[in-house]
Design a protein around this ligand. Structure first.
Ligand SMILES: NC(=O)c1ccc[n+]([C@@H]2O[C@H](COP(=O)([O-])OP(=O)(O)OC[C@H]3O[C@@H](n4cnc5c(N)ncnc54)[C@H](OP(=O)(O)O)[C@@H]3O)[C@@H](O)[C@H]2O)c1
Length: 301
């Protein structure tokens, strides 16, 4: 089968498309024919060596898949069923014709989505789902989502709105109208806004890290919650009275089933900026690394 792999850590040019042996499912795992693979920042962080695992090179790439079940397990989806799911971190292997992943990590592909759109969902939407759950977001809470137009951000704003929260989200000027279309109550230009001058938030979701996490502490009300995704909670900037969590996404087929229902009901829109062929995986990494993607990038197989 074809697979995008890499044999040393480095820039996008270390990615190679080559023939590899078909993977063999372990106990509890499905074999899935991959129709599309989602691209996430963790992919290029893995390629650069910031996210490592204990397997030998060449290493597989990617965590998001949508495809067709080729072999299954008792109680699992039927052979031939269309599914989408997330491979468990830290072992990638989605940018390839066939992949293996736990049956518990997949759900039926939302019927309203193409395979490419479905592959855009798992890791980013589960991250948003688990972050909002960790912060116990409920109706009426004031929630700030940084980078609301990004992969995680565009799911987070819609899921928070669905929960009944009042949602503020940051983006560059060209993405503010997009945020409005997603239902964001207060789209904010991240280059000009002074969020600290406004009313504090019950929950802030930091999808950027660094200076954004640092500034976020002052945007949370006393008793509120900061959730950070790209990096650990920076104790040097901790403010008293604020609960802070770093969420690390985990596969969850049951949550994906519920997210799929929201997608099929029209409550959640999936934004795919670009679908590139598998041969263009390096280009997808280059674009993702620039940090300006609206919604998601996907590789079509
Ligand atoms: N802990 C976990 O389990 C977990 C899971 C998923 C993701 N993550 C991490 O969370 C981060 C976001 O992931 P993602 O998939 O949403 O990334 P993404 O889709 O690549 O994010 C792109 C968006 O980021 C915005 N952006 C870029 N620089 C920014 C800045 N300095 N301030 C505010 N916004 C900025 C851009 O918006 P504009 O163009 O509108 O400015 C763009 O729409 C990544 O670091 C990723 O590795 C962690």
């Amino acid at each position: 089968m074809r697979a995008v792999v890499f044999s040393r850590y480095g820039d996008e040019n270390v990615l190679e498309l080559m023939e590899r042996p078909e993977p063999t499912p372990a106990d509890g795992e499905l074999l899935v024919e991959v129709k599309a693979a989602g691209v996430n920042p963790v992919d290029w962080k893995h390629r650069e060596g910031a996210v490592r695992n204990d397997r030998p090179f060449p290493l597989g790439m990617g965590w998001d898949v949508a495809g067709v079940v080729r072999s299954t397990v008792p109680g699992g989806p039927a052979v031939g069923e269309a599914v989408y799911g997330m491979l468990p971190l830290p072992y990638g292997g989605a940018y390839q014709d066939l992949c293996v992943l736990p049956a518990s990590a997949v759900a039926p592909k939302p019927v309203s989505l193409s395979y490419a759109e479905a592959a855009a969902v798992p890791l980013a939407a589960l991250t948003a789902w688990q972050a909002l759950g960790t912060a116990e977001v409920t109706a009426g809470l004031r929630v700030l989502v940084h980078a609301g137009a990004g992969g995680v951000g565009h799911f987070a704003v819609q899921l928070a709105r669905h929960l009944g929260a009042h949602v503020t989200a940051t983006a560059s000027a060209h993405n503010l109208e997009f945020l409005r279309r997603l239902g964001v109550d207060e789209p904010v230009d991240r280059t000009t806004a002074d969020l600290a001058a406004g009313e504090p938030f019950d929950v802030v979701l930091d999808t950027v890290g660094g200076l954004v996490q640092q500034a976020s502490w002052r945007l949370v009300r006393t008793g509120g919650t900061l959730v950070t995704l790209p990096e650990s909670v920076n104790e040097a900037h901790r403010l008293p009275g604020i609960t802070a969590h770093r969420v690390i996404v985990t596969p969850d087929g049951e949550a994906l089933r519920r997210i799929g229902e929201l997608i099929d009901s029209g409550a959640v829109h999936v934004e795919v900026q670009t679908v590139l062929p598998l041969q263009k995986a390096a280009e997808a990494h280059r674009i993702s690394r620039e940090g300006r993607v609206r919604g998601k990038l996907v590789l079509g197989l």
